[in-house]
Design a protein around this ligand. Structure first.
Ligand SMILES: Cc1cc2nc3c(=O)[nH]c(=O)nc-3n(C[C@H](O)[C@H](O)[C@H](O)COP(=O)(O)OP(=O)(O)OC[C@H]3O[C@@H](n4cnc5c(N)ncnc54)[C@H](O)[C@@H]3O)c2cc1C
Ligand code: FES
Length: 278
């Protein structure tokens, strides 16, 4: 299903943090420069980040491949490794393997309309694709971006979102589950934004990334809009160890025994709709 992973991607490479910023209480952004060469990733791929003496964790690349010289990650402090990662800053070094996995089907999407639906940290992998599309804007049709977060303070990449919002060639809307006193925008789940979007189902790809609970409801809304199952694109998360199809840890409960790290993390809904859990 996927091309063989390049041999060089298996090797641990040294990456230096050249910039870091706390985005929210739980998410920190890092810009990393690899020793020797560029990462050369595709939007939707991930790297294995290694912290010496602690271990490895998969993290999506959140910058577009159109940005050369360095790449970016956004890390939520979820457990041992990711919490330790938050103590790192400019000048510190990490180990990087990858890029791994099948990214978003950019070639297939070229020439078509796109509807991005991101919930919470799901904006991290989607930001890579959104910025790729914006940097190659003429190659794509209409672009809709729908964002959802728990509260206004949890919304990631605020200044970049403002830029997307102001573009005349992007139809942007966002919502929060719970407002704060300064919030003047939509309040409600991300699914509430979908009925208001006018799309041509024949030539639209819906790209959905967010917490697992979100998928079922967003997919139901996209199917109501008559989007074909093969044009609904999802990025899935599973516990991973090797990141390259060798250990079996990330197997998806599916008759075809997909490995999330190698066959995904990006799948069409048509491919994974028979899984017990998305
Ligand atoms: C393809 C892929 C891309 C990812 N991209 C990002 C990203 O861009 N930013 C980011 O912050 N995180 C991302 N994650 C999740 C990240 O890998 C986990 O949060 C991390 O592995 C946790 O490691 P830890 O040592 O900090 O936590 P641990 O101490 O190992 O565990 C802390 C808690 O998190 C749970 N957990 C661990 N791994 C996962 C997982 N994969 N899914 C759900 N729960 C998990 C554990 O069960 C435990 O409850 C991604 C995961 C995958 C598979
Ligand atoms: S993480 Fe080892 S097979 Fe996917």
């Amino acid at each position: 299903m996927t091309e063989e992973i390049k041999n060089s991607n298996w090797k641990l490479r040294k990456g230096q943090i050249v910039a870091a910023r706390q985005l929210t209480r739980t998410e920190k952004w890092f810009e990393i420069k690899l020793e020797g060469s560029d990462l050369d990733h595709e939007p939707g791929q991930f790297v294995q980040v290694e912290l010496y003496g602690i271990g490895e964790a998969p993290v999506s690349v959140c910058s577009s491949p159109t940005k050369r010289g360095s790449f970016e990650l956004t890390v939520r402090a979820a457990g041992r490794l990711t919490t330790h990662m938050h103590t790192l800053d400019k000048g510190d070094w990490v180990g990087i393997r990858g890029p791994f996995g099948r990214g978003f089907p950019v070639k297939l999407m070229t020439g078509n309309d796109l509807m991005f639906v991101a919930g919470g940290l799901g904006i991290a992998p989607l930001r890579s694709l959104i910025n790729y599309v914006i940097d190659n804007r003429r190659e794509f049709g209409k672009v809709h971006i729908l964002l959802g977060s728990k509260t206004p303070a949890d919304m990631l990449f605020g200044s970049e979102i403002e830029v997307w919002q102001k573009r005349v060639d992007v139809d942007f809307s966002c919502t929060v589950d719970r407002r704060d006193p300064d919030w003047k925008g939509n309040v409600g789940l991300i699914t509430s934004l979908i009925p208001g979007v006018h799309l041509n189902p024949e030539k639209t790809f819906g790209v959905v990334v967010g917490p697992p609970i979100m998928y079922k409801f967003v997919i139901a809304e996209l199917l109501k809009k008559n989007l074909p199952e093969r044009q609904i694109i999802l990025s899935l998360e599973r516990h991973m160890k090797c990141g390259m199809g060798k250990c079996g840890h990330c197997q998806i409960d599916h008759p075809k025994n997909y490995y999330c790290c190698k066959d995904g993390p990006v799948f069409t809904y048509e491919e994974v709709k028979d899984s017990k859990k998305l």
